[in-house]
Design a protein around this ligand. Sequence first.
Ligand code: PLP
Length: 484
Amino acid sequence: MDKQTAFRNLPAVHKVLGLPETQELLGEFPFSSVSSAVSTAIEQLRQSFAENRPSDAWWEEHSRPEAILEQAQKIVQQRFAQHLRPVLNLTGVVIHTNLGRAPLSERALRAVERVARGYSNLEYDLPGGKRGSRHVHVEQRICELTGAEAALVVNNNAAAVFLVLRELAKGGDGVVSRGQLVEIGGSFRVPEIMRESGVELVEVGTTNKTKLADYENAISERTKLILKVHTSNFRIVGFTEQPALDQLVELAHSHDLPVFEDLGSGALFDYMTHGIGDDPTIQGSVAAGVDVLSFSGDKLLGGAQAGIIVGKKRYIDRLKKNQLTRALRVDKMTLAALEATLIAHLDEDLARTEVPVVRMLTEPEAAIHTRCLQILNDLETDQGITRAFDLDCAREGSAVGGGALPLESLPSWVIRLRSRSTPVQVLFTDLRQVPSLPIVGRIVDDMVVLDVRTLLPGQEPLLTQGLRQVAVVHAHGSEGDVAH
Ligand SMILES: *Cc1c(COP(=O)(O)O)cnc(C)c1O
């Protein structure tokens, strides 16, 4: 077929738009977008003719109005698709920074929806009928839960550390143990954040041992603060020493200096008594007399992204007045989610049933095992799935994640998956690209393992559905067809 004949056979845009099948698409997307997608689809065909000189049969098939509509549908759907979207976390990493850290509780979601949908008393004092402060909604609760005198919430913990250092120590020295000069997630390094905030870093002690006397010897006229950083994502074990927190506080106070502790994860829930990790709670650090503390809202706390600063009123008052605080402020959705999460933390059992991070971290192994067997059972009743994959349950370890409790491996159960037709890497990639809901697992011993601990309640059918979609492709492969 020559070019002219081929192009003359192409349907006009209005003809495609007039198809009865187009009505459905027009119900979902604006007319102008559908129309322009049809034009694009036709233009793509023209280009394809010029570049590939397709066979007559190919051209006849693809230039039908219905085929063009199908292509236009793909174009318009992609144009309107949300790029940020949910995935199934089956990595077993509970606080997975790349997958959005803490999933919110139902209570938090309801609270967000209520204030986001309309107007709220965000900065309005209802009894007084005058301007209020956005800080009041959570401050009291944070104080009640942590035992601190005052509190302030900013955008994230990195911002919290920056703000505290800048307000309390700018132009002076900040004393830090050499065992605590950590890097958290690449862009947050203690020496660099100190430099950025205008604080001179004074390192004391050694990598493994820092004594109280090391701090004492480093204190000078220039010293403005002693900084203690939680070594979130690593541990120094063996021949180690750090002074007790109350001794450090006593030393600082005897020189009229504040102690600032960056707790990193910071838990209100006492994970230690549930056999998880060796981290003291935030309440513990407050009780030890630390002047200012900061921690994340979306790590072990299980709420929204936020940096929570607590401590003595005279320091928190200074932070509230700093111009940076305005630049680092949180929005109403964050405050709503955080407040709801704090409410759940009023009672340990409530936190454990309601807050997903707390629930997942404390779920007993036997319960995970039962869920794993149920899921395996469901998957095995699907012939498409059993034809494409070898499956079983196995015992594995989950991680806390979020740079918290790095040595902790929580006994868990996983579905192990091997495709009969394709290498494990291909299966792993295909699972991440399931159109309905991507499945993110990990590879262990040449198998994809799906850790059931981080599968949220009610997501089981979505997992089955996703595996079924991948199975269709892989089953074809095993019959000798081209799968990829
Ligand atoms: C995670 C962490 C931070 C950064 O907190 P974000 O909420 O991610 O900004 C800072 N310090 C420590 C010790 C951390 O663990």
